[in-house]
Design a protein around this ligand. Structure first.
Ligand code: IPM
Ligand code: MG
Length: 364
């Protein structure tokens, strides 16, 4: 039987409880599709700091490197907030991205029709929105050198460097074109080419790559304009490709446009490794209460099936089961509204799994 090894990094806060539910969904997939998943756990984030003194122990990195894919919960919490930047749980995330060369961060944001009223935008504006932000994840201002806080002439100053070489731009742009080709064939490249040289080069490389994808419609937007268009005409976007910091900001904006943060999955992929995690954080305030929304993590596991294992129909089954469960009115507290059924983390997953079974029978 086909066997896949999955590194499971539960992390902090609600991380463990939501990852546990995503594993139950994967177990159901294994049963329905006749594949085997082997899980091995590793430490990351605050828990790793407490137990080993570092947010990303070498052992965890080794585990990731010998696995077929990585499933991550969330990292961080108030307990570690006072640590210096390079010792914080978040550093574990930044380091794993860099060490595994996970250069393309895929963040889908789509409206779930049953949840459309939870968008802050009017229904007629947001209806039909289904986009994917492809964010460059291992370079740009997040990693550029030199960086630091210095002092000169009795005055402090700080410096960060935004730097991209053409290969770094090209590989993520290519990935975005390829993904767009499999979707609605529309790509929006976002930059600040009217001001930044880095963006001027970005735009040149995008133009060069466009030759290889004549079937994909391309538009360039300045980042400030894109921020506006995302709230004015969200449904007109298909795939958006952009650099690290613009992608950080725009993907949060795209997320809020479509409603709940508890619904947003992500994939961070390179040429060798891939990591899947919900976009939301560790929500320490509700950790351990059994009320966290497991859907973003379940959908992240679904992305793993599609992008790492080529199991597109298993991915679609999970999406359909989530949609059906929402149509039936099941809601965790973060997405609950009058007239719907309030359930906890486990009951929500139970119902999704039940619907996976039912829908699998209906769609051979
Ligand atoms: C994200 C987060 C991270 C980032 C932080 C936690 C370092 O905001 O994944 O978007 O900025 O990349
Ligand atoms: Mg962010």
């Amino acid at each position: 039987m086909k066997t896949y090894k999955i590194a499971v990094l539960k992390g902090d806060g609600i991380g463990p409880e939501i990852v546990e539910q995503a594993l139950r969904v994967l177990d159901k997939i294994s049963e329905l599709y006749g594949v085997r998943f082997e899980y091995e756990e590793g430490l990351i984030g605050g828990e790793a700091i407490d137990k080993t003194g570092t947010p990303l122990p070498d052992e965890t990195l080794e585990l990731c490197k010998r696995s077929d894919a990585i499933l991550l919960g969330a990292v961080g919490g108030p307990k570690w907030d006072d640590l210096p930047t390079d010792k914080r749980p978040e550093k574990g995330l930044l380091r794993i991205r860099k060490e595994l060369d996970l250069y393309a961060n895929l963040r889908p944001a789509k409206v779930w029709e049953p949840l459309i009223s939870s968008s802050p935008l009017r229904e007629e504006v947001v209806r039909g929105t289904d986009m994917l932000v492809v964010r460059e994840l291992t370079s740009g201002i997040y990693y550029g050198e030199p960086r630091g806080i210095f002092e000169e002439g009795g005055k402090r100053y700080a410096l960060n460097t935004m730097k991209y070489d053409e290969d770094e731009i090209r590989r993520v742009v290519r990935k975005a074109f390829e993904i767009a080709r499999k979707r609605r064939k529309k790509l929006t490249s976002v930059d600040k080419a009217n001001v930044l040289e880095v963006s001027a080069l970005w735009r040149q490389v995008v133009e060069e790559e466009r030759e290889n994808f004549p079937d994909v419609e391309l538009e360039h937007l300045y980042v400030d304009n894109c921020a506006m268009q995302l709230v004015r005409r969200p449904s007109s976007f298909d795939v958006i490709v952009t650099g690290n910091i613009f992608g950080d900001i725009l993907s949060d904006e795209a997320g809020v446009v479509v409603g709940s943060l508890g619904m947003l999955p992500s994939a961070s992929v390179g040429d060798r490794y891939a990591l899947y995690e919900p976009v939301h954080g560790s929500a320490p305030d509700i950790a351990g209460k059994g009320i966290a929304n497991p859907i973003a993590t379940i959908l992240s596991a679904g992305m793993m099936l599609k992008y790492s294992f080529g199991m597109d129909s298993a991915h679609d089954l999970i999406e359909k089961a989530v949609e059906r469960t929402l149509e039936e009115g099941y809601r965790t507290p973060d997405i609950w509204s009058e007239g719907t059924k309030r359930v906890g983390t486990k009951e929500m997953t139970d119902r999704i799994i039940y619907n996976m079974e039912r829908l699998r029978d209906e769609t051979p």
